[in-house]
Design a protein around this ligand. Structure first.
Ligand code: CU
Length: 151
């Protein structure tokens, strides 16, 4: 009689994969009027989902983008993308030179508090709210010519 209970206890102890967002950071543009970029890592849950959108009350507009390098010219271009797949138990990194969220008009409170609340909305209905650290662009950021400096 005790066996099924033991089995249940064991399985509930096993760490189920959980959809989550880690390491969210906003890098402000060195030029105030230019958009900031939001980077983060998404860890997939037990089933495949899509990231539908990323919203924040601290910005005027946000867009999910993907950067691509033109093999001929080496120029980095980026375009809005939709429905980014988050594989089950997989990891999707949003980072410089790849996928990122562009934020227009980061407001003064977020800049002063160095914190911005971002809401991630997924195809399965999950909404994950994360406090992203807001950082000024460093000299290294400004050196790297990516498409953001062209805005
Ligand atoms: Cu972009």
């Amino acid at each position: 009689m005790a066996l099924p209970i033991v089995a249940m206890t064991l399985s509930s102890c096993g760490r189920a994969p959980e959809l989550r967002v880690n390491d969210a950071v906003v890098i402000l543009s060195p030029v105030d009027s230019n958009p900031a970029a939001l980077y983060f890592t998404i860890h997939g849950g037990p089933e495949k989902v899509y990231l539908n959108s990323v919203l924040s009350r601290s910005v005027i507009r946000s867009e999910v983008h993907e950067s691509k390098v033109d093999p001929k010219t080496g120029m980095v271009t980026m375009e809005p993308t939709r429905k980014i797949e988050i594989p089950a138990k997989g990891t999707v990194e949003f980072k410089r030179g790849g996928k990122h969220v562009m934020l227009w008009g980061v407001n003064r409170p977020a800049r002063q508090l160095k914190e911005l609340e971002a809401e991630f909305i997924f195809s399965n209905g999950d909404r994950i709210i994360v406090d992203a650290e807001v950082r000024a662009a460093t000299a290294g950021d400004a050196d790297k010519k990516d498409a953001h400096s062209g805005h």
